[in-house]
Design a protein around this ligand. Structure first.
Ligand SMILES: C[S@@+](CC[C@H](N)C(=O)[O-])C[C@H]1O[C@@H](n2cnc3c(N)ncnc32)[C@H](O)[C@@H]1O
Length: 330
């Protein structure tokens, strides 16, 4: 009973953690903190922040173990907090900005959807997102960084050896494509995404060392999908849209594909009955709700595919709670 009570209190009050870590990232505090303790006043002066508030925020962050209260008003970074630095390997900075900003604001609209059935944000406004440099950079980098371990796992369980050209539809900056190309040195790849993503994707692919085998084609998958690839990938695309929109995307994919070629869908699969350990997929379902997207069961995905001319051929677990759902154009 006492344990339940404490667990419940932690859940009720959890939002302050998301927000405070976000502010520490956004204002540059985590980048400025060092292993050697620094004075809150000096950090505030350097970053153009209020001194007293900086002290109180750092003191609060110390209780989350992302920094350490080292002296009266001095603070040092911890190994956990160092993962929020811009230059950390697999940095969680972008995730924090994405969650603390857009996601938290969007979750605030769930009550409206609960009462009306209407999405609080009216559908995926990716053009609007890409128009904000700060949000778009955080979103696209978060997607790319989260996609890399998933793509690594995918390259291990799926044989890309028979393909010449793989196209990642809605591939963003190219985190997934990067890992697939690194694992398959003869393979070439294309990212098909909105034109606004091109510059960031080109920079990302160049930094990742695969620009020589990867290119970008701009366009909207609601109008058409570029032909020519012998394998199409859709990772975290279908969950952004309602069934009618998914049907349109899948129809355009099918129109771009020859018979018997592969469509590789990567999504989290919603269990028919959920358990507490399914938090990843249901949390993501709530994140999708305000933009009219949803996480689907395997049966729901199989039906969407079948209606668009695809047969389900294989399902394999990957990492991060994701699965590879392989379909073939029939
Ligand atoms: C949730 S992100 C997934 C990114 C990437 N597949 C991944 O998992 O890392 C959705 C992607 O779909 C792209 N997108 C949204 N609307 C699109 C459209 N109409 N045509 C092509 N791409 C679109 C977005 O720009 C974004 O890169």
């Amino acid at each position: 009973m006492q344990e339940d009570n404490q667990a419940l209190r932690a859940m009720i009050t959890a939002g302050w953690r998301t927000r405070l870590i976000y502010e520490g990232v956004r204002t540059g505090l985590f980048d400025a903190l060092e292993e050697t303790p620094r004075e809150a006043g000096a950090l505030a002066a350097e970053l153009g922040l209020d001194g007293e508030t900086t002290f109180r925020v750092l003191r609060a962050l110390s209780t989350l173990s992302v920094c350490r209260h080292a002296g009266a008003s001095s603070f040092a970074i911890t190994p956990m907090g160092a993962q929020l630095k811009s230059d950390a390997e697999n940095s969680l900075r972008s995730l924090s900005i994405h969650w603390g900003g857009r996601v938290m604001a969007s979750l605030g609209t769930i009550g409206h959807t609960l009462e009306t059935g209407e999405p609080g944000q009216g559908g995926g406004d990716f053009d609007g997102l890409h128009a904000s440099t700060f949000d778009a950079q955080a979103f696209n980098r978060t997607m790319a960084e989260q996609s890399r371990p998933v793509a690594k796992a995918m390259a291990q369980v799926h044989d890309f050896g028979s393909y010449d050209l793989v196209m990642d539809v809605g591939g963003g900056f190219g985190g997934l494509l990067t890992e697939v190309l690194l694992a398959n040195p003869a393979l070439h790849g294309v990212i098909y995404d909105l034109p606004a993503v091109e510059k960031g994707a080109a920079d990302y692919l160049a930094d990742a060392g695969v620009a020589g085998r990867a290119r970008f084609t701009g366009g909207s998958f609601f109008e058409s999908v570029a032909p020519g690839a012998d394998c199409l990938v859709l990772k975290f695309i279908l969950h952004d849209w309602d069934d009618a929109e998914c049907a349109a995307i899948l129809a355009n994919c099918r129109a771009a594909m020859a018979k018997d070629t592969d469509l590789l869908i990567v999504e989290r699969i919603m269990p028919e009955i959920v358990q507490p350990e399914n938090e990843d997929v249901v949390r993501q379902d709530m994140v999708m709700m305000p933009i009219n997207g949803k996480e689907r069961t395997l049966a729901e995905m199989e039906k969407l595919g079948a209606d668009a001319g695809f047969a389900l051929v294989d399902v394999k677990p990957l990492t991060e709670g994701c699965s590879l759902i392989a379909m073939r154009a029939v």
